[in-house]
Design a protein around this ligand. Structure first.
Ligand code: SF4
Length: 734
């Protein structure tokens, strides 16, 4: 191949367009990595509507990892402790099928669990749902998105009647005030932040508020940084609402005509006077008032958040409390405004569309809704009642199910729970108890592979064709343009083959991913995420497309909506389009009204105390991606972030006689890990920060999740990975 190919970056949910050319092509020198090996050259796709020609270091270097440490053949071992032997696909799949039949016969289908990933393409996700939830009759499919954005999903569903971020990236260019809470977008979603930053530099009146206990790169760029005490987000949000109420800066027309539940909410926020909130959040009262003033003075406020909000034992409440502010000020469904959750994984959004969590089904359906189940049973050619009415196990419940012996087969694909799950010692002990673990991935070794009985080689980015959806609901076709290593197969092909071997031949008659996609979009017909107007041909010809995109016509703006926005915004460039949801201010609830939610803060699930006096917060660095399965194999990124570390405030360091670079043992109630100290005022006193990227393969005893706990939001079941109580002991003093 000599032509360049357009595709999507396989890292974060920003979903930047990439243009990739072969190592050697006519008229130019061979492109090589830092070790001199020929590699595919990656540049930004200037025509991609989401990233507009921008790319960060992860996207730009992705091709350096594609040929390193690849799994090429199925491997098997009978018990842990023995080395793997290469086997044929037949032998590996026969063993899996035999185990599935045995578990169903002895424990029922709920003895089978699959833990997937936002690295899947939508086609992979869809076939996995059809196999597990449809054919096998268990909803025990969960994805690592549970650890990332399930609180945003729950918040949107409860507030708006349906999942789906209502905003688009154009809003970054149009907002009067960007309110970033619990997101270090400058490092974790860099191209979204670049775009916002460009706008802020151009429109000097536009403001940036950043809420984060750390002075991150994002916070450094802010007009106002609120370094709140960890766990006080709801206090802050209710405090801003209190001031907006007090100043009369609310939209009573929108509240009366388009929402429900405001009276109860108003009762709650009455209690959040500036004095109380400033004290609880440990911020100056003037800063709180300034934040509320920015909200009050802005016609268009755009909130962005990610894991700092979602990974919390009250994650859904936090999301809904952010949404409350947008509802009371009518900052939704218009250009430059709205509550916008940033997804972590490249195709977490596609996972939501395909039903890739244990309580949802394809097409933004929910397991508990009998009509939703019936619609899919019909589409999938299954008998009525085949889909279980009970939500399946979330990923942590899969771990506890291994502990109790209720899980007879755990199938892990494209994710690395032996680094990313909370309470890692407990997670690993549970994995050791698994009667049969199938591990399907592109790379070997990984930390999780060590716990597997059967390993299946998966094709990855560039080796299979499929679609991915980014945070702004933009669907991009990602074509295969390189051969697969060894006998690697696309994830959906593996799932479909198992389905056929189990006797579901009718259900898995797919020859190509385009066949899968054609069926998948039927599952979205007349649903909020209607994609029946999107197909491979259109994506090839027109480039990325945003949903909703029904087959009959692309969404049009009705007259009423047109009038509303013409009166609101004089600049024709700001006119609405199908890019935004709820532009008619009608929501997906039965009465079309959005719902306010009234929450008091409960604070951290594990607050600091005498024994464990510090709050540990974990996060991500600019160059690395999650557990380093790819980025740990890229020299440039390894050089950028060579070692783990712990950020400690100088005051705390002085109290504990800690010097820069000293090795610190961090202990929680669950485990311990060691990190060199980085003494910095970027962190607030009493809080410490550790990056979560280092698993056992990349460093000794530096696993942040040895320390974290699994206490989760009761609604979204997303664990509070962002905060736990720890003690610090310099290793020299041990
Ligand atoms: Fe890839 Fe995200 Fe970087 Fe864009 S911002 S290039 S999607 S990692």
């Amino acid at each position: 191949m000599t032509d360049s190919v357009k595709t999507l970056c396989p890292y974060c949910g920003v979903g930047c367009g990439l243009e990739v050319s072969p190592p050697a092509s006519a008229g130019r020198a061979t492109h090589r990595d830092s070790q001199g090996n020929p590699i595919w050259k990656v540049t930004a796709d200037r025509a991609h509507p989401s990233s507009k020609g921008m790319v960060c270091v992860k996207g730009a270097t992705v091709s350096e990892a594609v040929d390193k440490d690849r799994l090429k053949y199925p491997m098997m071992r009978d018990s842990l402790g023995e080395s793997f032997r290469q086997v044929s696909w037949d032998e590996a799949l026969d063993r899996i099928v035999h185990r599935i039949k045995t578990v169903i016969a002895t424990d029922g289908p709920d003895g089978i669990c699959m833990y997937g990933s936002g690295q899947f393409q939508t086609e992979d996700y869809y076939i996995a749902q059809k196999l597990l939830k449809g054919c096998l009759g268990t909803n025990n499919f969960d994805a690592n998105s549970r650890l990332c954005m399930s609180s945003a999903v729950a918040g949107y569903i409860q507030s708006f009647g349906s999942d789906g971020p209502p905003c688009c990236y154009d809003d970054l260019d149009l907002t009067d005030c960007a309110f970033l809470i619990g997101t270090n977008a400058a490092e974790c979603h860099p191209i979204v932040f670049n775009r916002l930053h460009k706008h802020l530099k151009k429109d000097r009146k536009a403001k940036l508020i950043v809420v984060d206990p750390r002075t991150t790169k994002t916070a450094e760029a802010a007009d106002l940084h609120l370094a709140i005490k960890p766990g006080t987000d709801i206090d802050l949000l209710n405090g801003i609402a209190h001031l907006l109420m007090r100043w009369g800066k609310i939209d009573t027309y929108f509240i009366d005509e388009c929402t429900q539940g405001f009276a109860e909410y108003a009762q709650i926020i009455r209690h959040y006077s500036p004095e109380i909130v400033a004290q609880s959040c440990n911020i100056p009262i003037e800063d709180l008032e300034q934040a509320a003033r920015y909200w009050a003075d802005s016609e268009r406020v755009l909130s962005l958040w990610s894991m700092g909000v979602n990974q919390s034992s009250e994650g859904t409440a936090k999301v809904r409390t952010i949404i409350n502010l947008h509802l009371m000020t009518a900052n939704i469904g218009k250009p430059g405004a709205g509550p916008f959750s940033l997804t972590g994984q490249p195709n977490a959004m596609g996972g939501r569309e395909a039903g890739g969590l244990s309580h949802i089904l394809p097409g933004y359906r929910v397991v508990k809704n009998p009509q939703h189940r019936a619609e899919l049973e019909q589409l999938w050619g299954l008998k009525p009642g085949q889909i279980s009415p009970e939500p399946g196990r979330d990923c942590w419940s899969m771990i506890t199910g291994l502990e109790t012996g209720e899980v007879g087969l755990l199938w892990i694909a494209a994710t690395n729970p032996a680094v990313s799950m909370p309470d890692l010692e407990r997670t690993k002990a549970a994995l050791l108890k698994s009667p049969l673990t199938v591990y399907q991935d592109a790379y070997y070794p990984t930390e999780t592979a060590a716990y597997a009985h059967i390993i299946l080689p998966a094709a990855q980015w560039s080796e299979k064709t499929g679609t991915m959806t980014n945070s702004e609901r933009m669907v991009t076709l990602c074509p295969q343009f390189r051969p697969r290593p060894g006998e690697a197969k696309a994830d959906w092909e593996i799932f479909a083959e198992v389905g056929r071997r189990l006797g579901f031949t009718e259900q898995f008659q797919f020859e190509t991913s385009a066949d899968v996609h054609r069926e998948f979009i039927q599952a979205t017909r007349n649903r909020p995420c209607d994609m029946t107007g999107i197909n491979y041909e259109r994506l090839q010809q027109e480039g990325p497309l945003q949903w909703p995109c029904p087959e009959e016509e692309n969404p049009v703006i009705d007259q009423k909506e047109e009038k509303l926005f013409t009166s609101l915004f004089k600049n024709p460039a700001e006119k609405p389009s199908a890019k935004r949801l709820y532009t008619d201010w009608k929501f997906n609830t039965p009465d079309t009204r959005a719902r306010f939610a009234a929450f008091h803060s409960k604070g951290l699930a594990e607050p600091p105390d005498e024994d464990y006096p510090f709050v540990l917060t974990v996060g991500r660095l600019y160059g690395h991606w999650h557990t380093q399965t790819r980025t740990g194999r890229i020299e440039k990124i390894k050089k950028m972030h060579p070692n783990p570390f712990i950020e400690i405030h100088p005051r705390d360091a002085a109290n504990l006689k800690i010097e820069e670079g000293a090795l610190i043992e961090v202990r929680s109630r669950r485990g311990a890990a060691r990190f060199p100290a980085m003494i910095t005022k970027a962190i607030t006193p009493g809080t410490v920060f550790v990056p979560m990227h280092w698993g056992a393969i990349w460093a000794d005893n530096a696993e942040a999740n040895n320390l974290t706990h699994p206490i989760a939001c009761p609604i979204s079941l997303e664990p509070e990975l962002k905060a736990c109580a720890v003690q610090l002991i310099p290793v020299a003093f041990l």
